[in-house]
Design a protein around this ligand. Structure first.
Ligand SMILES: Cc1cc2nc3c(=O)[nH]c(=O)nc-3n(C[C@H](O)[C@H](O)[C@H](O)COP(=O)(O)OP(=O)(O)OC[C@H]3O[C@@H](n4cnc5c(N)ncnc54)[C@H](O)[C@@H]3O)c2cc1C
Length: 378
């Protein structure tokens, strides 16, 4: 592939770089939900969200190359992901693909502006990897559905005002046939959200209980029984989003800074470890460009996102493990406990989530084996 940029793309890069420097969130903004909403509003106003979405729904209408440049420059400027990333990465694309005109009009542009924040409810206590086991039921009653059940690990349910909810509308036939997606307001009577505290001390995900929740039948996305297809398509976008959201070039710079600050940058053991990570970071960058090239040439296999997510997960965890190890005893302290610089301990704890979120690494390996390598199913 041709890795050089056209003069227009270089000009776009400069425009984004200058904009990020001038507009990225302040330290105070990064610490508050309101600050994150304000950051998303600025991104939207600048036309940097919904890169590939149709312009009539508020999208930026950027080319894939511009989108890639935008991602690189956000990473370079250490700018955070917008708070509505879930809506932008997979709920919006699912509504654009499967929604009615009324749903597109109602929801899509408000996802970009941050006026609506979405949570996605697939996982249940007995249905994580095994989506077919979904037990939350939506039973038709006149013009409504009445929903009962429980979801778990629901990211942002405590701040979201809309819920992208996987339910069972039928138990007839194959388990896949009875799954359906509903779009419901989070403040519907009967929806109860209970935060779960994570190992980092944050509470980003929740249990969600649904008791006699009554919503109109037109809350459905697509058709009854299309839930498995819709969620599978959304998961491909989620995995690609997780993989591309991990920023190895920046992590490498931070690791080198940490090694210098601890006086070990000339130690042959640490140099070898950092060199190995630098090589892997470069491989990930080349793999990202290969995916981009495949997209530009129409050769893209959606299931590549499973491989990218799996490899990115392992690598980001190795970065934070190395950061903690270089720091020595101080490496186990969290920010505010007497340490300075990059909060490697926080990252070490937080990075564990990548093994599981968006489908576990075992499930990604199964997808790679079956869908990319064509190996027989068990
Ligand atoms: C940070 C984070 C955010 C999340 N956010 C959301 C969210 O917003 N909405 C939502 O719905 N869910 C969310 N989840 C839940 C996540 O999707 C599930 O945890 C995940 O799908 C695994 O399901 P489970 O926890 O039930 O584990 P299980 O499916 O019970 O798996 C347990 C173990 O068995 C292994 N296993 C299971 N099946 C197979 C198989 N066929 N082959 C090989 N190994 C297998 C798994 O890899 C795992 O190690 C989130 C999770 C995390 C960590």
């Amino acid at each position: 592939m041709d890795l050089s940029y056209t003069p227009e793309e270089e000009a776009f890069r400069k425009r984004v770089r200058d904009w990020v420097e001038a507009n990225k969130p302040t330290r105070e903004e990064r610490g508050s939900h309101g600050g994150h909403l304000a950051w998303q509003a600025r991104l939207h106003e600048a036309g940097f969200l919904g890169a590939s979405w149709p312009v009539e729904h508020g999208g930026a209408g950027l080319s894939e190359m511009e989108q890639a440049i935008l991602t690189e420059e956000m990473a370079r400027g250490d700018a955070p992901q917008p708070v509505g990333t879930m809506g932008i990465t997979w709920v919006g694309p699912a509504i654009l693909k499967y929604g009615s005109d009324a749903q597109k009009k109602r929801f899509v542009s408000r996802i970009l502006s941050g006026e609506d924040l979405w949570a996605t409810g697939y996982s249940e206590p007995n249905a994580g990897s095994d989506m077919f086991n979904t037990q939350t039921r939506a039973v038709p009653d006149g013009d409504d559905y009445v929903i009962n059940g429980q979801k778990v690990w629901t990211t942002q349910a405590h701040v979201a005002n809309w819920f992208f909810l996987l339910v069972r509308t039928s138990s007839d036939g194959h388990k896949v046939a009875g799954l359906t997606v509903l779009l419901i307001p989070m403040d519907t009577p009967g929806v109860e959200v209970r935060p779960i505290q994570q190992i980092t001390g944050d509470s980003e995900f929740n249990e969600v209980f649904l008791r006699d929740v009554r919503v109109p039948r037109d809350s459905i996305l697509g058709n009854e029984g299309q839930g498995y297809e819709i969620v599978s398509s959304a998961l491909i976008n989620e995995r690609a989003g997780i993989a591309s959201g991990i920023r190895f070039d920046r992590s490498l710079e931070q690791l080198i800074d940490t090694a210098r600050a601890r006086g070990v940058s000339k130690d042959p053991v640490w140099r070898q470890e950092i060199a190995d990570l630098a090589i892997k970071a470069r491989i990930m960058r080349a793999s990202g460009l290969r995916v981009l090239s495949d997209q530009l040439h129409g050769r893209f296999t959606p299931h590549t996102s499973a491989a990218m997510k799996c490899i990115s997960t392992l690598l980001t965890q190795r970065f934070s493990e190395t950061g903690v190890a270089i720091e020595g005893a101080k490496g186990v302290l969290l920010e505010g406990e007497g340490r300075e610089g990059v909060d490697w301990a926080y990252r070490y704890l937080s990075d564990r989530m990548y093994t599981i979120a968006g489908g576990t690494s075992e499930i990604q390996r199964n997808i790679v084996a079956e869908r990319i390598l064509g190996l027989p199913r068990r």
